[in-house]
Ligand binder design. Structure first.
Ligand SMILES: Cc1cc2nc3c(=O)[nH]c(=O)nc-3n(C[C@H](O)[C@H](O)[C@H](O)COP(=O)(O)OP(=O)(O)OC[C@H]3O[C@@H](n4cnc5c(N)ncnc54)[C@H](O)[C@@H]3O)c2cc1C
Length: 222
């Protein structure tokens, strides 16, 4: 079975124990969440201390791409073969219950465990391209090409998503029956992720109209 066929949460470490009905086994959902997200939080251990660091992410098939400065402690540690955990979360709503205890959030969240591999050569360039395309599709061909120094200064990592889990919470308040008559407004407040109107860089030497890829850019990503 290849990673793309294998179900999620299929190892001891990625089997949900708490509220297991929120587990999603479908790999397509893992892909959808990652494609909608811009940031992942990478956890690793150094000298017996755990750290969690946010970085830009992009999905490449059944791998997650991460990149950073050669000087970064995070990237030096991961490139040396240290195990890591990456968490990605999209918040969909506030769930306002009749009690503080039952109030919560709706979310789609991912955990990926593994060891990343450092990429070089063509694989590294392709990964750069995938990260650039993920940030804003269609823009890459109009950018000043990467130079050798920039490529050299960057560590590019590919984390296979062989061991991953997805947990989704999508519900109304789970108040107990006896609380339903409590006189307080209860319900969900959806959280929308939207892009605003583009603001030109004041240092743009020649004013340019908005490019097509921005005119077409969807308002919401999720
Ligand atoms: C935005 C948000 C807010 C949350 N707030 C709270 C809170 O305030 N209190 C609270 O107790 N819990 C909260 N949770 C749920 C929390 O993430 C854990 O699922 C829960 O605390 C159980 O943790 P555990 O280690 O006991 O899980 P277990 O079920 O023992 O975890 C076993 C395995 O299941 C998978 N897993 C567990 N949780 C997740 C997840 N969220 N996403 C993907 N895979 C997962 C992992 O692979 C993990 O190794 C929140 C989740 C999100 C996304």
């Amino acid at each position: 079975m290849t990673p793309s066929d294998s179900p999620l949460g299929n190892t001891k470490r990625t089997t949900l124990h708490r509220v297991p009905h929120k587990e999603v086994k479908d790999r397509q959902m893992l892909h959808q969440i990652l494609d909608a997200a811009l940031v992942g939080h990478v956890g690793f251990v150094q000298d017996n201390q755990s750290f969690v660091i946010p970085v830009a992410i992009a999905r490449d098939g059944d791998n997650l791409l991460l990149h950073g400065s050669k000087a970064s402690r995070l990237f030096r540690t991961l490139a040396s073969g240290a195990p890591c955990a990456v968490s990605v979360t999209l918040i969909d709503a506030l769930v306002l219950a009749r009690s503080a205890f039952e109030s919560s959030m709706n979310y789609r969240s991912v955990l990926i465990l593994g060891v990343a591999k450092e990429l070089e050569g063509d694989e590294k360039i392709q990964a750069f391209n995938a990260l650039t395309d993920h940030l804003l599709p269609g823009r890459r061909p109009s950018l000043r090409p990467l130079n050798d120094d920039e490529i050299l200064q960057t560590t590019m990592l590919r984390l296979p998503m062989d061991e991953a889990s997805v947990k989704i919470s999508s519900k109304f308040p789970a108040d107990d029956e006896e609380d339903l008559s409590w006189p307080v407004w209860a319900g969900n407040i959806p959280i929308e992720h939207r892009y605003g109107t583009p603001i030109p860089d004041p240092r743009m030497t020649t004013p340019l109209p908005l490019p097509d890829y921005l005119e077409r850019w969807p308002e919401g990503r999720t």
